[in-house]
Design a binder for this molecule. Structure first.
Ligand SMILES: N[C@@H](CCC(=O)N[C@@H](CS)C(=O)NCC(=O)O)C(=O)O
Length: 230
């Protein structure tokens, strides 16, 4: 059994979608990041960076329990555990990992900053808004170009790289991006959106997540609570 410590956010969705695609049994443990549950000692033990998602696989390598944080590491682990969603052909495998790393180090963090400065920051700072809106548009164009030359990010087959980027690109308007200017992205996005496992994955904990962060949640995520020494 895989225990998943998570919340209904893009990084959480990646793992929920992969588990649904792979048909692995899993148990969801809600970590409400707006209420500060990511700072609970039991969660910090498995996720010292106080970020969801994290997993504990009771049947990890050698039959021993394994705990993991960082959604990219979790996706690679689940793909290797099952032999699915990550090609065994070396060139395709590294291309897939390359695009997964692109999402982890670029697309996710930059879109996250765009959300922050466009939607959550208490003051509107034009330099920051422009910087991350421009960067988001640039990254979506990279995605669109790649998907103009390849059916999926890693090559001909749907993989963990697609799951990772798809989960972050559901609301381009929130980053000031117009999806109508990105035909290859649209084709890829809509195809993945129609997958039953993806539709099940994005429902995990969604009904429990408030529509917007209230002031308490903003303080927890962006204020003194976040930066307290622990
Ligand atoms: N690189 C990490 C990022 C995880 C992350 O940023 N998670 C957010 C939700 S999407 C979180 O847990 N935030 C809690 C906090 O900021 O305290 C991953 O991909 O797993």
């Amino acid at each position: 059994m895989i225990d998943v410590y998570t919340w209904a956010t893009p990084n959480g969705h990646k793992v929920h979608i992969a588990l649904e695609e792979l048909g692995l049994p899993y148990k969801v443990h809600a970590i409400d990041i707006g209420k500060g549950e990511q700072f609970q000692p039991h969660f910090l033990k498995i996720s010292p960076n106080n970020r969801i998602p994290a997993i504990v696989d009771s049947e990890g390598p050698g039959g021993k329990p394994l705990s993991l944080f960082e959604s990219g590491a979790i996706l690679i682990y689940l793909a290797e555990k099952t032999g699915k969603l990550l090609s065994k052909d070396p060139a395709t495998r590294y291309t897939t990992i390359q695009w997964l790393m692109w999402q982890m180090g670029g697309l996710g963090p930059m879109l996250g900053q765009a959300h922050h400065f466009r939607l959550y920051a208490p003051e509107k700072i034009p330099y920051a808004i422009d910087r991350y809106t421009n960067e988001s548009n640039r990254l979506y164009r990279i995605l669109d170009k790649r998907l103009g030359e390849s059916r999926y990010l890693g090559g001909e087959d749907y993989s963990i790289a697609d799951i990772a980027s798809w989960a972050w690109t559901r609301y381009p308007d929130r980053q000031g991006v117009n999806r109508d200017e990105l035909p290859n992205f649209k084709r890829w996005f809509d195809e993945i959106d129609a997958r039953p496992a993806v539709q099940r994955g994005v429902q995990v904990l969604t009904s429990q997540r408030p529509a917007a962060f209230d002031d308490k949640a903003k303080e927890t995520l962006f204020g003194a609570t976040q930066f307290q020494k622990r």
